[in-house]
Write a protein that binds this ligand. Structure first.
Ligand SMILES: Cc1cc2nc3c(=O)[nH]c(=O)nc-3n(C[C@H](O)[C@H](O)[C@H](O)COP(=O)(O)O)c2cc1C
Length: 204
């Protein structure tokens, strides 16, 4: 057994990253479209992702500063154009999602890089991925920065202002998981599917 009191014996950021990402899992994946002030579109996956509020609907995801302490394009774009479209990472598009995690110059269109078509999203100027079954059009609610050091997060709180959802997976009341097939992120390059599910009724 090991106990770490981080004030007294700090672990390196790289070790903490591996410990957190290997234990706080599986994580859903936000596949986030943003746009810079010149209209260049960007796509990137973020598994530090969840629902932060339902009423109003707010999604939360956290791009980290890179190993040199530089902002990722997603955050730089949100500083320019305070809107994004959040898609849910799913099996059908996971290879394209992975392509958009590459570090490419800010003016390179990652829709084109991953062979994805754009479609317009109501309420925001940022495009959605045309064949993604779910997309949330969001306005930036707030961003909280946890410092300037490498791997510091910027918690993005994105308020949902529009929703695109395929009728094949939403009957107005329930989401059909077999149609959505979301994937979860584990540590490193590992993902998981929803094919081994179980249910537990909540106590009254
Ligand atoms: C499945 C997956 C999940 C990821 N989750 C995160 C994350 O939560 N935070 C982060 O900073 N980077 C994450 N990354 C890495 C970013 O996607 C990557 O740094 C990307 O280049 C950022 O793009 P941008 O510079 O266009 O914003 C993830 C990568 C993959 C493949």
């Amino acid at each position: 057994m090991s106990d770490y009191l981080l004030d007294e014996s700090p672990l390196s950021p790289g070790v903490i990253y591996r410990l957190l990402s290997g234990t706080v899992c599986p994580r859903p994946i936000a596949w986030v479209a943003t746009q810079d002030k010149h209209g260049n579109a960007n796509l990137a996956p973020f598994s530090f992702f969840n629902v932060a509020s339902v009423n109003p609907p707010v999604l939360a995801f956290s791009p980290l500063l890179d190993g040199s302490g530089e902002l990722k394009d997603t955050v730089r774009n949100l500083n320019d154009v305070a809107e994004c479209v959040v898609h849910v990472g799913s099996e059908a598009l996971v290879e394209a999602l992975n392509v958009t995690s590459a570090s490419v110059p800010p003016d390179e269109d990652e829709f084109a890089l991953a062979g994805l078509e754009k479609a317009s999203m109501p309420g925001v100027s940022v495009p959605r991925i045309a064949n993604a079954p779910v997309a949330f059009g969001c306005k930036l609610f707030d961003m909280i920065r946890f410092g300037d050091q490498p791997l510091a997060g910027t918690l993005v709180l994105a308020q949902v202002v529009s929703i695109h959802i395929d009728d094949a997976l939403w009957d107005g009341r329930h989401v059909d998981m077999e149609q959505l097939k979301p994937v979860g992120r584990l540590a490193g390059s590992d993902y998981l599917r929803i094919s081994d599910r179980f249910a537990i009724e909540r106590p009254a």
